[in-house]
Write a new protein. Structure first.
Length: 242
């Protein structure tokens, strides 16, 4: 690996009791990259990104950002954020209150919070009038956008997604895939995206990392993986797309 990785995971092992969920993982992510992680259920995808954002601790190994270790930094002080499949929006709050929530936690002044929330609504192409709307009045796609706006609120450098679209119907998924790709291009942020849909991975990402039983089987562009799979496992996994 080269010297100047943006995010570097080195020799990461994660054990739960005697079970090894991640086994000496190495991964470099470039700044602004859209990296997708795919792999069978239980292969360690969620565990890996939980370590990256700091929801859980590594058993051994290091995570660094711009050459500085972040694996010892608490989650709320890492420049990362996570978007879950469940979105985890607060249904009793307005759109504006939801977006401002992380800013309030960080003690930003009300006027500044509101200005930032309105700016994010514009970025996500939601009308300003949505600021006062209740979450319960928003459609599924709009809720996705609100969740994204909230994730971007404190300007994280890395946004991590754990299967954000898998509960949605096909048409909405296709629309949001496009929007996410577009958002990635417009913000230039680093996206780490988990999906179990290889098709989704192929259309969205710069690189795809294929996980198998706590290790990376192959990390490469969709085209490279497709034309030069390193193993039968990868080949059969790719075969599922057709
Ligand atoms: P994926 O997201 O790829 O489906 P996970 O990262 O959620 O997989 O899980 C990887 C493995 O680690 C699974 O076998 C899972 O049962 C196990 N695991 C995950 N979290 C815990 C935990 N908190 N305690 C014990 N085992 C866990
Ligand atoms: Mg998972």
């Amino acid at each position: 690996m080269g010297a100047a990785a943006f995010v570097r995971l080195e020799n990461i092992t994660k054990r739960f009791g005697t079970f090894t969920a991640l086994d000496r993982i190495n991964l470099d992510i470039a700044e602004g990259e859209f990296l997708t992680i795919v792999g069978p259920s239980g292969s360690g995808k969620s565990t890996l990104i939980r370590l990256l954002v700091g929801i859980d601790d590594v058993t051994s190994g290091t995570i660094s950002l711009d050459g500085t270790r972040i694996d010892t930094v608490p989650a709320n002080r890492r420049p990362t954020c996570m978007v879950f499949q469940s979105l985890a929006l607060f249904p009793h709050m307005t759109v504006g209150q939801n977006i401002e929530f992380p800013l309030k936690l960080r003690k930003m002044a009300p006027d500044a919070r509101r200005a930032r929330a309105l700016e994010l609504l514009r970025l996500l192409r939601l009308p300003e009038s949505y600021y006062a709307k209740r979450i319960t009045q928003c459609s599924g796609g709009e809720r996705q956008r609100v969740a994204l706006a909230r994730a971007l609120a404190f300007d994280p450098r890395i946004i991590v997604f754990d299967e954000p679209l898998s509960a949605l119907d096909y048409r909405l998924r296709k629309t949001l895939e496009k929007e996410l790709k577009d958002l990635h291009a417009r913000t230039g942020k680093t996206f780490v995206y988990i999906t179990h849909s290889l098709e989704e991975a192929m259309v969205m990402s710069d690189r795809i990392a294929i996980m198998r039983a706590g290790r990376f089987e192959q990390i490469a562009t969709a085209e490279q993986i497709y034309s030069q799979p390193v193993s039968r496992f990868v080949a059969s996994f790719m075969g599922e797309v057709n």
